[in-house]
Design a protein around this ligand. Structure first.
Ligand code: FES
Ligand SMILES: [Fe+2]
Length: 316
């Protein structure tokens, strides 16, 4: 599998907190790399390459023993910093110091497990993971969907107002006409905000926080959000949420159900079109023509190109 070249020096949400169990490891592919997620003795998330440095078995098939990860093949144990602590078949021989599992910097915030793209660092030395101010403290339900497209194309899609009356003509675009789409775009710290103008009024607003957080506030509907998790060059896992200020016992399962249903109805209309866009990664675009109704797409591309260019400059 090909590792993805994504913008570095950023936190990316890569898993939902509720998917990470205390009693066993969880395997997922992220950025084209097979990874294993688990919690250490303090409950802190650990992210490692899902490959045992002994003979290559998938560590996600192993077990958690005494707050360490035990390989499913010969039982070698790995601590949260990747150090191999025990090699049972070797008896009393010392564990080689270079027998280590590759680890990534990880933290947990806002109901997600986050992975730092860049050189491993102490999370305490890094900026806090980003969030949308408007949703802080609200209750939410969640949905999960797998989009068959590069994550940059998925992000463009949710920043695009002019596809609503065409792609979503039987759902959220039902009462929208294919007439002129007027948008207003502004930059905000760490991202951008896009407004849909109708009759001279701002009626819908999305907020995008680089590299992959998005939320939408419409006039008469709930606040929703999605994070776009790069799986590989042609797959993106999308964690969607619907937020409400209400809070009562039993609300969470209801909100989950509502979020799964409503976001499935809408997103399944997006998948075929987004998957058909060529090229996938927007950095490979050579000949598209953006018009004034594409202003949010242009703003996102500028931001993404600036980040990926500076990353290239730093590594070259
Ligand atoms: S392959 Fe993991 S302990 Fe042998
Ligand atoms: Fe859409």
């Amino acid at each position: 599998m090909q590792y993805m070249d994504v913008s570095s020096e950023h936190w990316y949400p890569v898993l939902r907190s509720r998917e990470l169990r205390d009693d066993k490891p969880t395997g997922r592919t992220r950025f084209g790399e097979a990874l294993v997620f688990w919690r250490d003795a303090a409950g802190t998330p650990v992210v490692m390459a899902d490959r045992c440095p002994h003979r290559g078995a998938a560590l996600s098939r192993g077990r958690l023993r005494d707050h360490e990860l035990a390989c499913p093949f010969h039982g070698f144990r790995f601590a949260s910093d990747g150090r191999c602590t025990r090699t049972p078949p070797e008896g009393d021989r010392p564990v080689p110091a270079d027998l280590r599992a590759a680890t990534h910097t990880a933290t947990e915030a806002h109901g997600y497990i986050w992975m730092w793209r860049g050189a491993p660092q102490d999370p305490a030395e890094l900026p806090a993971p980003p969030h949308h101010e408007a949703v802080l403290g609200m209750s939410y339900g969640e949905s999960v969907s797998m989009w068959p497209a590069h994550y940059t194309r998925c992000i463009e899609n949710v920043c695009d107002f002019s596809h609503l009356p065409v792609v979503h003509r039987t759902t959220i675009g039902l009462f929208k006409s294919e007439a002129e789409t007027v948008v207003d775009v502004e930059t905000i710290p760490g991202g951008l905000r896009g407004w849909l103008m109708e009759d001279g009024r701002r009626t819908q607003c999305f907020e995008f926080i680089y590299p992959n957080l998005w939320s939408l506030q419409a006039e008469r509907s709930a606040l929703m959000s999605a994070v776009f998790v790069p799986v590989d060059e042609s797959t993106t896992e999308v964690y969607g949420r619907t937020y409400t200020k209400a809070n009562f016992p039993g609300l969470r399962p209801l909100l989950d159900l509502y979020t799964r249903f409503s976001q499935f109805l809408v997103f399944r209309e997006d998948w075929p079109v987004v998957a058909s866009q060529d090229p996938g990664d927007i950095r490979n675009i050579r000949s598209e023509k953006l018009l004034s109704s594409d202003a949010p797409i242009l703003a996102y591309r500028k931001m993404h190109y600036a980040h990926t260019r500076s990353a290239q400059e730093t590594t070259s």
